[in-house]
Design a protein around this ligand. Sequence first.
Ligand code: NAD
Ligand code: UDP
Length: 311
Amino acid sequence: MKCILVTGGAGFLGSHLCEHLLNDGHEVICLDNFFTGTKKNIIHLMDRPYFEVIRHDVINPIYLEVDEIYNLACPASPIQYQFNGIKTVKTSVMGSINMLGLAKRVKAKILQASTSEVYGDPQVHPQPEEYWGNVNPIGERACYDEGKRCAETLFMSYHKQNDVKIKIARIFNTYGKRMGLNDGRVVSNIVLQAIRGEDITIYGDGSQTRSFMYVDDLVEALILLMGTDDSVTGPVNIGNPNEITILELAKLIVDLTGSTSKFVFKKLPNDDPAKRNPDISLAKEVLNGWQPKVSLEMGLIETIQYFKNLQ
Ligand code: NAD
Ligand code: UDP
């Protein structure tokens, strides 16, 4: 039994990770400031004796004794990370410094939830880990993208200078149960609009692409990545290579919900990446042949049911 700290544990991904780690027989400490996370996401875990919740902001140091750290604390949806861009940078940078300092002190292994956003609006397609990306350092998405890039730098530096055992997961768009209802991300937006019969908002002409991974596939990969041997330190893409345009995604959601909603086309936000698709060769190699198992259709059916139950 390990003692595992999950920062951002009350968020969408963090809550699934906490649950999975508890089910694997570990002691889990969920640390969260509840900015975008909620107790509702973890309420079903509260009576488990090996589950503990700490209300804390990662921009401040904390002293704990743990074996492993999953550093997920950071708002992930554009409207939420742009709400207070300075705080978003602080969360990624100061949060990483604090968690890396903790990992160094107690000799814990630490995994960073990085993002496909480090590739920005990519000019190489699909994106392999060697690609350095194309990020606007002063754009609307910069607080998130550059914060996460700097976090990767810090992780590599603590590894090289202080021998901290690190893992970096570059996570591509992930969806599923417990996504924030009003988080503004495309899957939650369109599923809710379709269920409620409201207009479906497509930004731009909907020809931009993303590659969507179901949350269960991600959690499995994160735990496998944490378990890899010490030779695996650099970034590893974790995503589903099944690329789709936003318009195709919206049509699929309309079909699956039987919705009568119509599409309305809105202005494309600045710096919105035109395409995104992970090259997951490295993940397959280092994660014992891991690859996503849940099809977009199956994952959307689960997600739609979850959102319907909330109405
Ligand atoms: P989320 O917003 O649901 O979860 C983030 C959690 O971090 C929330 O519970 C929030 O309250 C907490 N948090 C934010 N700032 C904090 C702070 N300063 N101190 C303590 N807690 C703080 O987002 P998510 O989708 O679950 O994403 C989790 C992580 O995975 C994030 O780091 C995100 O960047 C990364 N990621 C997510 C995706 C995705 O598609 N969901 C893709 C790439 C990377
Ligand atoms: N998007 C959209 N309608 C919405 C919300 C988002 O067309 O109601 C688009 C958005 O412009 C982007 C894509 O969907 O091109 C994915 O957006 P999301 O915010 O989910 O993730 P990210 O842009 O960070 O990949």
